[in-house]
Design a protein around this ligand. Sequence first.
Ligand code: SF4
Ligand code: SF4
Ligand code: SF4
Length: 247
Amino acid sequence: MKQNKKRQRIRLAILIVSLLLFPITMNYLSPYVILYGASQGIINGSFIIFALLFISSLAFGRMWCSWICPAGALGEVCRLANDKPIKYKWLDSLKWVIWFVWLGTIAFFAASAGGYKIVDFFLLTESGISVDAPMKYIIYLIVVGIFMGLALLLGRRAGCHSICWMAPFMILGRKVRNIFAWPAFRLKADQDLCINCKKCSMNCPMSLDVNRMVTEGQMENPECILCAQCADVCPKDVIHLVFQSGK
Ligand code: SF4
Ligand code: SF4
Ligand code: SF4
């Protein structure tokens, strides 16, 4: 029997540190600053970070979501108050609608500005710290409030499913990786060992039916953030987080 609690403790500790740093990092993940940058023809910090998220997902899938993202950390904290799995599958589609509208607006602004001409990583963040003025503190509270409100109202990491503007970059990167079957982090399962206890499904922070994924031999899921919680609670050591090629 394997109960890898240490890996999960380290993961959650890193997420909490990231959450504490969110007042510093917020603008580098901002969906607004990239829009403003596009309107001025400036490649800003969040533009670069989103591009890096796409590139990193070719090997790491959505591990950013499970190990680093401060908004993901908020979702994990809210599980202490509401740990109900998400039932509404349409929420996963909602973020794509938001993402296409947002991306289209960025493209329109950039085109209207005559294209990108300058790179300024610290655009609207001249001090390097995102929350350095009262107005920015209000914006910070609104962002935190939205992610916490959704998670408390709807359940586990609801904001990740419904409104996240970063997730589509990583989902697309993962799809590209799968097409080429490049070596990458992914889940593997030995379905013959499964005793259908459903602990994996009960513990999945993304509310996935992991037991079903195991029994159907289909461990790839665009909403899986590769947190390995399913692997670490499985009493029969059925699931493993591995780095290998495949689909
Ligand atoms: S889905 Fe979005 S908000 Fe959630 S952890 Fe991933 S990047 Fe962060
Ligand atoms: S926790 Fe392990 S044994 Fe239980 S259902 Fe999931 S994969 Fe099967
Ligand atoms: S399927 Fe497993 S690795 Fe993927 S999000 Fe759920 S618990 Fe984490």
